[in-house]
Ligand binder design. Structure first.
Ligand code: ATP
Ligand code: MG
Length: 771
């Protein structure tokens, strides 16, 4: 037996050793599905399969790179280099470039990112004079995206009365026209959006049998990771390509399907056996990633879902520590707790920052975490959110680069034609835009032909436009022989972008210049890497494609040791020794938008399952009592997901008696009462009183960890106040007590402050000094 096969258990080895045919591996988190794919590829190569004939589709390009590295170690890097591995989008963008002319696109087509696409949609809505409050551009974008992912073309839309009716019902009867205008503009700009990369691949394979045949013959062996999250468009591509040889291996876990909101279809996994002949079905049951406590807790959660395939997941790993649950007063407190817990755990166990991850439901939650980590000097990295390549100054430079590669690229042109300022105003742009639409040409082409067109543009503006076009053309000529770095460096200097920023002189301006330097360094690294690989010159076009298709995970270029912060959606497939899942509150997680139907709620629960199963050694769950949502401080209730975990796996840091109850009265951290919330809250219906009190050991732990976060939840010593007393408050200064109400814990006072006016304060929180 080849020695690497010993690194698999028997159940894992079976799908690796089955060389041909269709097979599906369905198994829970951490059971080695990705490992099976990796070793299967190595095994195929050792059996003489040419790496050019193996296509492997992964969730991120980073995952593909990691698999490739592992395979290189087994079979040698010169061979592994030739594997087709990457995301659906990056693999099929390459194929589309090669075949672009068949679909009427230039091979240098631009890939529009979400920002670009939304900007086109905004322009269409504006030009059609539609109400932008009814036709919200993000909603329209999502709708169009869902059409494309279900292969509903514009033509198909207009042939489908049901779809049109649905849009009319939601007060958007002109959705179809927007869709049509959007598609036309993208086409005219020589641009494909993300969804087009799949849609057009389908079109290519459907319309051109010889092309289908070519790629079917090339990809003799196809492998797909995270199959549960493929959408209809991806499913059809895989189905078409694998149809000839039917050597297809997919792995997935229905319990981790978390992209239904983006069109992922769990039925792809459920129907696999019907789609191919003689499907072998494999199951893996042993989890190698996590402790018993984590595995069992995760099992107890997913058990609550009704729609699922029955699976066994067990582990031979240690019990490990229980899952820590903590309640904090605010998100600031939550951040401080997480930061100090990371700090202490790291010190106690000699760990690195990279051993920790903080996972949240929404990007907005990162801010409180960042603040706390920064205060503790703990380096961190945020994945997702506004990425480096979407920052304004970076996007400006990239727009120049995009335009010189594809002069039809309208979004790029609009961004930079007057940046830095060249005296080309909005009126001129509007005239050019109208002419472009009228002649069915791009704005760039209109400018090139100004002399032959009868446009109301004066001589001096014509000169400016001509100079602009000539500058871009000179860059294009340069790019024909120079590598990406030389071009980018020249563009940065010649356009005067950096000079413009230097004038600025503010710290933000300096930061922008540094970002541009970082971009140039990045391009230089890219070029060197490409040249080393020997099969490429590191051209600008290649660099732009790399940038356009880098997923959020892929932008992890630094080797620095940092705590990882990301949404749970992005954490799929990853693992970390210590995982903090924060914001476990009703309406946040599960999200308020996903509680209308059982299937939505079940998707949230799967998301929680994904989050928890990222942890190897220990997991922490936190929630707050109140949180700012849409600018208002609101009551928060602990997430039902905490209750759903069997108590034996949990370690509460707060006395559990308090746990399922809301605070009687809300206050902000300074003890101010929000009058609108003065109501008594009851325990949730149907929840039995908490089963057990914290043990002495838990309380000790609580005492040990608590000081790290200050102790707002505990009553501070209340002073004995009477009406008429003079007091001092840390924020509002001196004041006079007007009225006292309530008793004990709930005693509050109305006080007239010099600095704050009349306030209602809960005395146990308001740290008042009697004067
Ligand atoms: P997910 O569902 O989260 O994507 P997965 O099923 O793909 O998980 P892997 O990531 O392949 O699981 O494996 C989980 C961890 O267990 C990895 O660290 C992997 O290296 C390790 N592992 C898997 N199989 C074995 C094995 N037979 N022996 C030792 N370690 C293993
Ligand atoms: Mg995996």
């Amino acid at each position: 037996m080849e020695s690497y096969l010993a690194e698999l258990n028997e159940a894992q080895r079976a799908p690796v050793l089955q060389k041909d045919g269709a097979m599906i591996v369905i198994a829970g988190a951490g059971s080695g599905k990705t490992r099976v794919l990796t070793y299967r590829i190595a095994y195929l190569m050792s059996q003489g399969v040419d790496p050019f004939n193996i296509l492997s589709l992964t969730f991120t390009n980073k995952a593909a790179r990691e698999m490739k590295n592992r395979i290189s170690k087994i079979v040698g890097s010169s061979e592994a280099k030739n594997l087709w591995m990457g995301t659906f989008h990056s693999i099929f963008a390459k194929i589309l470039r090669f075949e672009a002319d068949k679909l009427g696109y230039p091979s240098n087509f631009t890939i529009y990112d979400t920002q670009d696409s939304q900007s086109v949609i905004r322009a269409v809505i504006k030009d059609m004079r539609l109400d932008k409050d009814v036709y919200k551009y993000k909603q329209v974008y999502n709708r169009i995206s869902s059409f494309k992912n279900s292969l509903i073309t514009v033509k198909a839309y207009f042939q489908n009365p049901e779809l049109q009716e649905a849009d009319a019902m939601s007060k958007k009867p002109r959705m179809g026209e927007i869709y049509q205008a959007y598609v036309e503009r993208c086409f005219k700009a020589g641009a494909m959006d993300f969804d087009d990369l799949l849609l057009k691949t389908n079109e290519l394979l459907n319309r051109f049998p010889e092309v289908l045949h070519k790629y079917q013959s090339r990809f003799r062996y196809i492998l797909v990771d995270e199959y549960q999250d493929t959408n209809h468009s991806q499913y059809l591509i895989v189905k078409a390509l694998s149809d000839k040889f039917q050597n297809i291996c997919v792995v997935g876990d229905d319990a981790q399907s978390i992209y239904a909101f983006r069109g992922a279809n769990i039925n792809n996994i459920l129907n696999f056996q019907k789609d191919y002949e003689n499907v072998e079905m494999y199951r893996l049951e042993q989890n190698y990633r996590s402790t018993k406590n984590i595995v069992n807790a995760a099992n107890s959660i997913i058990d609550k879902n009704k729609t699922k395939l029955e699976k066994v997941v067990w582990t031979a790993n240690d019990d490990g520590p229980k899952i820590v649950v903590n309640r904090l007063l605010t998100d600031g407190e939550e951040g401080r707790f997480v930061a100090s817990s990371i700090f202490e755990t790291k010190m106690q166990n000699q760990l690195s920052n990279g051993d920790f991850a903080i996972l949240y439901r929404t990007n907005a939650q990162s801010r409180a975490m960042e603040d706390a980590l920064r205060k503790r000097d703990i380096p961190y990295r945020i994945y997702g959110g506004l990425s480096f390549y979407q920052r304004k100054e970076i996007k400006d430079i990239l727009s120049y680069l995009r335009l010189l590669i594809n002069p039809k690229d309208e979004e790029a042109l609009k961004r930079i034609i007057n940046f830095p300022a060249r005296g080309i105003g909005q009126t001129t742009m509007d005239r050019l835009s109208i002419a472009a639409n009228q002649y069915g040409k791009s704005i760039f082409e209109v400018i090139e032909n100004l002399d032959h067109l009868d446009l109301k543009i004066n001589k001096s503006t014509r000169n400016k436009l001509e100079n602009f076009v000539n500058m871009i053309k000179s860059f294009t000529i340069l790019s024909e022989n120079a590598d990406a770095f030389v071009v980018a460096d020249t563009v940065t200097k010649k356009t005067g972008l950096v000079q413009e920023m230097k004038k600025d002189g503010t710290p933000e301006g300096v930061a922008r210049i540094e970002n541009i330097e970082e971009l140039l360094n990045g391009i230089r690294d890219f070029v060197e890497e490409q040249k080393e690989l020997a099969d490429s010159s590191g051209s600008l076009a290649e660099f732009l494609e790399d940038v356009a298709l880098a997923t959020d995970m892929d932008k992890d270029t630094s080797d620095e040791d940092r705590v990882a912060l990301m949404t749970i959606h992005l954490a799929k497939g990853l693992e970390f020794p210590y995982v903090y899942i924060v914001g476990l509150e009703e309406d946040l997680f599960p999200s308020s938008m996903s509680m209308n139907t059982r299937s939505e709620l079940e998707e949230e629960r799967r998301l929680f399952y994904v989050a928890l199963t990222r942890a190897e050694t220990q997991a922490y769950l936190t929630y707050t009592q109140s949180r700012y949502r849409w600018g208002k401080l609101v009551d928060a209730e602990p997430s039902r997901f905490i209750e759903e975990i069997d108590d034996q796996f949990l370690d509460y840091l707060v006395p559990q008696d308090d746990y399922k109850y809301k605070p009687l009265i809300d206050t902000d951290i300074f003890g101010e009462v929000d009058k609108s919330k003065l109501r008594q809250t009851k325990p949730k219906k149907g929840t039995p009183p908490p089963a057990h009190k914290p043990t002495e050991q838990q309380l000790q732990k609580l005492r040990k960890l608590k000081p790290a976060a200050s102790e707002p939840a505990k009553a501070t010593k209340t002073v004995n106040l009477a009406e008429g007393n003079e007091v001092e408050h840390m924020r509002f200064g001196k004041g006079k007590v007007l009225k006292i109400e309530g008793v004990g814990q709930d005693q509050k006072a109305e006080i007239d402050f010099e600095n704050g006016g009349i306030k209602n304060l809960l005395l146990r929180f308001a740290k008042l000094k009697l004067l």
